[in-house]
Design a protein around this ligand. Structure first.
Ligand code: FES
Length: 142
């Protein structure tokens, strides 16, 4: 069996939603200290709906495929659905990732959550801190 599924290869070689959104409503950046990979997600939100999403990922193929798939999965969805997206769902949508590459999909989940948190912060909307990954040292304001 090939190490990577066809879907992973497809999203890696033809990533969807690459780029940045000027005047994004929320931006989330996460990094993995071990591999050094960085992922940044930009959201445009209108009336609770994610109308546009883009990403920049400086990282491995699985991280790029995960970002691409995750952005496809939340585009057009409401905030609640985007908050519910798990790294497991992203990995499953990619028809699986090798065990040592699962952390790449975790970056996608966390980057989206951080972008939503940034949206709440910018708009003065109250939220439950416990729903978000701990903001760590490598989370910086752009
Ligand atoms: Fe670190 Fe993939 S190896 S994100």
């Amino acid at each position: 069996m090939a190490l990577y599924s066809e879907k992973v290869m497809d999203h890696f070689t033809h990533p969807r939603n690459v780029g940045i959104i000027e005047n994004a409503d929320g931006v989330g950046e996460v990094g993995n200290a071990k591999c050094g990979d960085i992922m940044k997600i930009y959201l445009k939100i209108d009336n609770d709906i994610i109308t546009d999403v883009k990403f920049e990922t400086f990282g491995c193929g699985s991280a790029i495929a995960s970002s691409s798939m995750a952005t496809e999965m939340i585009k057009g969805k409401n905030i609640k659905d985007a908050m519910a997206l798990t790294n497991k769902a992203v990995a499953e949508a990619l028809d699986g990732l090798p065990a040592h590459k699962l952390h790449c999909s975790v970056l996608a989940e966390e980057a989206i959550k951080n972008a939503l948190k940034d949206y709440y912060d910018r708009h003065g909307i109250a939220y439950d801190e416990s729903l978000f990954p701990e903001s760590d040292h490598d989370h910086e304001e752009a």
